[in-house]
Design a protein around this ligand. Structure first.
Ligand code: GLY
Length: 582
């Protein structure tokens, strides 16, 4: 059964049981504590917490998720993917344990020709939370063999998002893959043979202070007893398609096939190479889905996660022997495989692919120059009778050749040498404080910590609109004077700094000069003489205080100055390209 059909059957089943089916929310998490949507329940947190009224008290979705915490496990196990889809049914104070258990069991065991998944009840195993006698007797009532119902503790059977919010005991459903895959004895004996496919969370607590799975604080009971379930679509797919792992399913394997053609190697011939094939298949799909939700490669936050995925793909393909560009083949292959479930991928693919190909080109250049320097550093270490690449060399690779430290570490591991990481970090810290000191000098000894403190008070990041807009409506969030904090008392001519909630003004950074322009309200016009960028804040430098900071302003960029900056920026890129060729 195709992955898209498995998802459809889930949503159809819950729709028939009076659930409102909603489309997947964006991968960009609405929850400020995580970069990406990490579980099907994330978009529903306000309903689970009782903070908002849901459109219906029973809902269901197939949610796109990204988790990169286990990125090093990708390709090595059967079940770790950085992108995955989570099927979920939710009850916000409507049904509770008994129905959740019944629905899951019915859908899993109903024969495929009757619209279900057709799992053999003999192959299903359940785990329940320590003292949850109730759940155990409910499973028995469904007809589950009592020997197949096991008990697990906080570590496995108490679910939270990993941060403050809803949580609760859960019951997990496993499928036995058979004696070929490990020892008998159910999930408590072997989680490789017995694969977890569905987690039913009885979410009736609020938690905070979550330090680990077993160290958290239960604030109290939520107003509602909720149900939040998560079924792993990729895991269901690989089991139902008779495959060995999530990378061999219909939505992922085409990328492995394309990588086989590019490399001339055969998947299945050599375990070390197979791991690389699987990394490529996983990462290309994750990058596609993340970019389609609007993220672009950068050096921080989501953009950095994306950059790492793209770079790891290029590196794994090199290890498979391919030094030519790979993205122009692999990305459209992944798109074609995902399109049955996400037809909207087509709408953005032109921009997404341009950005991905550009990132690959840049990284290939970095790799070419950096690999040579890296090899020299290894030879130098070995000649000195050491298996340690010096922190100075690792720093030079990073600082001069833009070679990311993760790549240095991975390449060192591949060659059986180590890197003096402590020294590298020390040199990085020194460089950072040098850069801060320089910035301080340049900006008249501004105390930059004021901006850091200000940033901590913001509820959301500043919205930069300058790639698409030259003017925007905005509110003043803060006024400072050269980093000296809030300044209602500033009077004379001075560099006054205005921070807006949203702005089309480009802040001086990355070698491009900041914008100038005007901030206007119904009653006043304040010229912006420069725009700086500091720790994610966009700082409009003005020479007069707004009379009424509460007003709504229009922030208007000077188009001539911007055009000149754009021309220079383009010319700089042309110059770089010419220099590279020379
Ligand atoms: N919220 C249930 C799960 O992610 O497993």
């Amino acid at each position: 059964m195709r992955t898209s059909e498995i998802a459809k059957r889930f949503l159809d089943y819950f729709e028939q049981h009076d659930h409102l089916v909603v489309p997947s929310a964006s991968l960009i998490s609405p929850n400020p504590t995580t970069l990406f949507t990490i579980a099907g329940m994330v978009p529903f947190i306000p309903y689970l917490m009782g903070e908002q009224t849901p459109p219906k008290h029973r809902m269901a979705s197939n949610q796109k998720c990204v988790r990169t915490l286990d990125i090093d496990e990708v390709g090595k196990t059967t079940r770790h993917g950085t992108f995955f889809q989570m099927l979920g049914n939710f009850s916000f104070g409507d049904y509770f344990k008994e129905e959740a258990i019944h629905y899951a069991y019915e859908l899993l065991t109903t024969p495929q020709d009757k619209g279900g998944y057709g799992f053999d009840p003999e192959k299903l195993w359940m785990t329940t939370f320590t003292d949850d006698e109730e759940a155990r007797s409910m499973w028995k009532n469904e007809g589950v063999d009592p020997e197949h119902i096991q008990i697990m503790g906080m570590e496995d059977n108490f679910w939270t998002t990993g941060g403050p919010g809803p949580g609760g005991p859960c019951s997990e459903i496993y499928v036995d893959r058979g004696p070929k895959y490990g020892v008998e004895g159910g999930p408590i004996a072997d989680e490789n043979r017995y694969i977890e496919i569905w987690d039913l969370v009885f979410e009736n607590y609020e938690v905070d202070n979550v330090k680990s799975k077993t160290d958290l604080h239960i604030v109290g009971e939520l107003e509602n007893k909720n149900i939040d379930t998560g079924a792993g679509l990729e895991r269901l797919a690989y089991l139902m398609q008779g495959k060995q792992n999530i990378y061999e399913t219909d939505e992922v394997f085409p990328v492995i096939e394309a990588a086989q053609k590019l490399s001339g190697r055969t998947y299945g011939d050599d375990e070390a190479m197979d791991v690389r094939f699987r990394i490529v298949a996983d990462h290309v799909r994750s990058a596609l889905m993340i970019m389609s939700d609007g993220v672009r490669p950068s050096n921080n936050g989501r953009g950095y996660v994306l950059r790492r995925l793209l770079r790891r793909t290029v590196k794994a393909m090199r290890e498979l022997g391919v030094t030519e560009p790979v993205m122009p083949t692999l990305l459209p292959t992944s798109k074609a495989a995902m399109e049955p479930s996400y037809p909207e991928l087509n709408d953005t693919f032109h921009d997404v692919s341009e950005a991905a190909y550009g990132e690959e080109d840049a990284f290939r250049r970095t790799l070419e120059s950096g690999t040579e320097i890296f090899d020299m550093a290894v030879t130098k270490a070995k000649q000195g009778g050491s298996d340690l690449v010096s922190g100075e060399d690792a720093f030079k690779l990073h600082d001069t050749y833009g070679f990311p430290i993760e790549i240095t570490l991975e390449m060192a591991a591949d060659q059986g040498v180590k890197v003096d990481e402590a020294k590298f970090r020390e040199l990085m810290a020194e460089q950072k404080s040098r850069a801060r000191a320089d910035a301080l000098k340049k900006r008249h000894n501004v105390d930059l910590s004021v901006y850091d403190d200000f940033k901590k008070t913001l509820l959301q990041p500043i919205d930069f609109l300058g790639y698409t807009d030259m003017s925007a409506r905005a509110k003043v969030l803060g006024i400072m004077q050269e980093g000296k904090g809030s300044v209602p008392a500033v009077t004379g001519p001075a560099n006054i700094e205005v921070i807006l909630d949203r702005t089309p003004f480009y802040g001086n950074s990355g070698g491009q000069v900041g914008d100038i322009g005007m901030i206007e309200s119904a009653n006043e016009r304040i010229p912006v003489v420069a725009t700086e960028k500091e720790n994610g804040l966009i700082i409009h430098i003005v020479t007069q205080l707004p009379e009424n900071p509460e007003a709504t302003f229009m922030a208007v960029v000077d188009p001539e100055k911007r055009q000149a900056a754009a021309n220079n920026h383009t010319a700089t890129h042309l110059m770089h390209e010419a220099l590279r060729k020379v």
